[in-house]
Design a protein around this ligand. Structure first.
Ligand code: HEM
Length: 83
C-alpha cells in the first residue's frame, strides 16, 4: 500500500522509548520496533537498549549481517532528520 513517511527528529524519537511504544533508528530509517520485541533472538532487554534512539552503531557491533530493511519493512515509520 501507499506509505507516508514521517520526518523524525532525535527528540521525537526519544518520546518512543517504552516497551509498549518503542521506535528506533537504523541507517537513517526510523522503525516502530514494538511488535518485534518479543521475537528478537537476542532478547527483549538487548533490543530495548536502542528504544527511543539511534541504534545503528549497536546494531553494527552485534550483527551487521542482519537486514533490518527486510525484516522490519512493515514497521518503517519514517526518516531520521536533524533537530
Ligand atoms: C541476535 C535481529 C537489534 C543484540 C539477533 C538475530 C536477529 C536479530 C535476526 C539472530 C542473528 C543470528 O543468529 O545470526 C535484530 C533486529 C534488530 C536487532 C531486526 C533491530 C530491530 C539488536 C540490538 C542489539 C541486539 C540493538 C544490542 C543492543 C543481539 C544479540 C544477539 C542478537 C546479542 C545474539 C543472540 C544470541 O545469538 O544469543 N538479532 N536485532 N540486537 N541480537 Fe539483535
Amino acid at each position: 500500500g501507499v506509505t507516508q513517511l514521517l520526518r523524525v527528529t532525535p527528540s521525537m524519537l526519544k518520546e518512543h522509548n517504552k516497551k509498549d511504544d518503542a521506535w528506533s533508528a537504523f541507517g537513517g530509517k526510523v522503525y516502530n520496533i514494538t511488535p518485534y520485541i518479543p521475537f528478537h533472538p537476542g532478547g527483549e532487554k538487548e533490543l530495548l537498549r536502542v528504544a527511543g534512539r539511534d541504534g545503528t552503531k549497536l546494531f553494527a557491533l552485534t550483527h551487521a549481517w542482519v537486514s533490518v530493511d527486510m525484516m522490519l519493512d512493515s514497521c518503517l515509520v519514517g526518516l531520521l532528520v536533524p533537530e
